[in-house]
Design a protein. Structure first.
Lengths: 356, 356
């Protein structure tokens, strides 16, 4: 090994292992000037997962980039097709978990009231408010049951799930307006401080935005918030959308998801904190729990939100599951997955600690 | 788009966006049967970083895989070469941060006693115990000052840093024995519950192992622990070693780091919890704070340890910085980096909350 290479390697490792110094870096050629190209590589299943979660990994399908529909009609057709599968799964999940539900009109918004088989004594007859995910465009109707059932049965609490108006017909801020309307109705009879507001993915985005809207309006805030792998920056493409592409069955941001974001944002400014909560004034935000995974395309969005909350002095707990992709914590809808039970336990403990 | 492809895509997205079901997966070809190949891709600098942290990203050097030395003499030569750079940086860091230090013999172990310019009133004259990183083989002597200075100046507390015996001459459990000896001496005069034990990378591994050893022995445990991007599984290669390879200047586990692990493990079983703390009996473990980044090769090791601690009912806080690589939180040794100040603040708050 030549002295020069030896020195190069030594410095590189010194930079890496032992905290870098600009002095070293300047001696070296710019191998990584902010932009890097990653070569092809083969990735085995993660170690340290339960056998049940390994099975989930083995079943994974990584789709190709899906182009966004180009017309409103094509979007509606896509929406109906996707939601049909989700609705069937939602109903199956309700049956499998012995959860009952009814559809109600709450403040002129369609909503699901989901009652678990057993209600935890501590919660009594209170309800939590849920906002479903599905890239703003999808996941409505009975599809919303999937997440609502997961929460209701996992937390043993009654859940009201907002079937908010969606693009392509109803862009921002319709979803937030609908969530706000249901929230107000629920908290007429129940202290806001006793009430959790939560959602996953786009639902996490809308839940966070609704809290920011309540803050703006000076109305009572939830006692606790759960933002599961939330989209928190609709203006910029956070890092893990790119670094983890190929590992997460969510696929990619380009194509259909970018199209869905455009539809939802509509004529608004995507940097608006009600669209990109990471930009919000978070002082006084309620205690918030965030969950993601090391193969989750929204890991960066999640940890950026966590940091923003912590910077504002907010009680905010982060849980990252190894090897999990977007929303994987809900993999126990129709089967036993210990990591999912663990996530439900974390959620229960957090709500139990922070809700009055 | 053919009906078949449409159905395929619809199902894939349903799986991804809205929680998968095995029924869907079985209809699809096994695109991702546990093992996947990631194609070449180009990754820009992460969004949402401070200008100072963007500068760090731009300076990054991703080294090639470095082969492990093959003889004890070659290891010793490598060790001396690497440490020379680290030692210089350690002394610079002490000067830049106006920290003073002296070398002492504590319980027959070489140690650094590091005193910050200002001591926080709340800490008074107490000391925290630090275990340096550097892949078990490197980072000794004045190199240890880098991390010790970072902690002492960031927390405004006096720090004792253990200059433990290292491979190739001293494999496991010498490092733990030395840390234990210093710990016992420090906690003769100061309640263990008032004392933090902490380290980064291999130092996090040794710190966690030392607490497990104290547990085994029934001796008083630290009041709080900080494990920064710790190695927690020396038996298996955790996922992010592979998924994030190419993004982190730490390089790769294969080659020199694997060689260093082999040297440290020696004749022991790498699944031994004192080598792989993720396997430990963690019930009753002290409150622990863990820090990592979304580009950190040890992100998986970190979050797996966090989950193991939480599963044992331990108070454990996780902080993951977007776009950061292994140990990046210490990037403010010789310059201003707001994310690093934020990490120091989190650490201060955690210790302040949990130490008596």
């Amino acid at each position: 090994m030549s002295t020069k290479i030896f020195h190069h390697l030594g410095s590189s490792i010194a930079v890496a292992l032992f905290v870098s110094t600009p002095a070293f870096a300047q001696e070296l050629p710019p191998i990584f000037p902010g932009v890097t190209t990653l070569g092809e590589r083969t990735i085995p299943a993660p170690v340290g997962l339960s056998p049940e979660m390994i099975e989930v990994v083995r079943e994974r399908q990584i789709p190709p980039v899906i182009p966004a529909p180009e017309t409103t009609e094509a979007w509606l057709e896509f929406q109906a097709l996707f939601d049909a599968a989700g609705e069937e799964l939602g109903r199956q999940a309700a049956e499998f978990n012995e959860v009952t539900y009814e559809v109600r009109d709450i403040a002129s918004v369609r909503a699901y009231v989901v009652t678990p088989k057993e209600v935890d004594e501590g919660w009594g007859d209170r309800v939590f408010v849920h906002v479903h995910g599905g890239a703003w465009v999808f996941g409505g109707g009975d599809s919303a049951l999937r997440e609502a059932v997961w929460a209701a049965s996992g937390l043993e609490v009654k859940v009201v799930s907002v079937d908010y108006r969606r693009p392509p017909l109803h862009p921002f801020p319709a979803a937030i307006d609908d969530t706000l309307a249901v929230w107000r109705e629920v908290t007429e009879d129940q202290d806001a401080t006793k009430t959790a507001l939560f959602g996953t993915s786009a639902g996490g985005n809308i839940a966070l935005a609704t809290v920011l809207r309540l803050k703006e309006l000076g109305e009572p805030l939830p006692g606790a918030v759960f933002a599961g792998t939330p989209a928190t920056d609709l203006e910029n493409v956070s890092d893990t959308w790119l670094t983890l592409q190929g590992l997460d069955p969510l696929g990619a941001r380009e194509g259909m998801i970018a199209g869905a974001i455009d539809l939802y944002v509509g004529e608004a400014d995507p940097s608006n904190p009600l669209l990109s909560p990471v930009n919000g004034d978070l002082k006084g935000f309620p205690p918030t729990i965030l969950i993601s995974g090391t193969r989750d395309l929204l890991l960066s969005d999640t940890v950026r939100m966590h940091r923003a909350l912590r910077a504002a002095g907010v009680v905010a707990d982060l849980h990252v599951y190894d090897g999990q992709t977007h929303g994987d914590y809900m993999q126990n809808l129709l089967r036993y997955v210990p990591e999912s039970l663990d996530a439900q336990k974390e959620l229960y403990q957090f709500f139990n600690e922070h809700l009055e």
